[in-house]
Write a protein that binds this ligand. Sequence first.
Ligand code: CDP
Ligand code: CDP
Length: 218
Amino acid sequence: MITVIDGPAGSGKSSTARAVADKLDIEYLDSGALYRTVTLLYLQAGRDKTVFFQLLDQAKISFRYCDRQFHVAVDDAAVTDRIRTPEVAEHVSEVAALPRVRTFVNHLMREAVKDGIYIAEGRDLGTAVFPDADLKFFMSADIEERARRRYNERKPDNPALSLEEVRRNIQQRDLKDANREADPLKRAEDAIEINTTNLSFEQQVDQICLYISDLIKR
Ligand code: CDP
Ligand code: CDP
């Protein structure tokens, strides 16, 4: 059984999905973290696509969710913190637009969810990756609110970006994600829309939990 949440950056997908997973004791899958991990390989390859694709073919990417964090490793070395740097955020959308990268990540995800009850979040899960998902949500929120949320989350060990810089990064990523040819950010026709601008975090978590619990009971 799988529930998917799609939506733009900062709309609340990841923190909401994690809270739902913990409340209902189900598995969580963060597709953005996988695109960020692949972007690390791209940066490691000096942004040379030939070298990058060689690294991609050889790399063993593993992941698991525990203690409220989605842990990712490349060849058994943890990269969970390294995938959140501004450099990765700047390049991830251009890497995620490559069809070969999408095929790679989609395969990882489809294999992962074969057993168990999952909640997964990303951009194209309801449209391209899991079109037959049991439940689909599309989360949105105003750009100003999303930028404020991401700005408030910044870690002290990361170079401080201004609110304006954070807003610009989010806006540029949204634009690239929504306009790319390969599986763009898009609301699935059968997705339930949740605008989180004026919702409390608890409200959106409870709303999704209710839908999933109803389905599990049936
Ligand atoms: O957490 P945030 O919303 O900032 O981004 P993320 O979920 O970590 O995703 C990072 C990037 O990965 C997005 O901006 C997209 O370019 C890409 N992505 C994608 O193309 N398809 C997905 N299903 C998930 C993420
Ligand atoms: O995954 P995505 O990029 O869509 O968003 P996120 O990483 O979950 O970040 C959203 C941030 O906004 C988190 O710090 C949430 O606690 C916060 N937030 C929210 O998600 N929903 C609200 N109604 C209010 C705040």
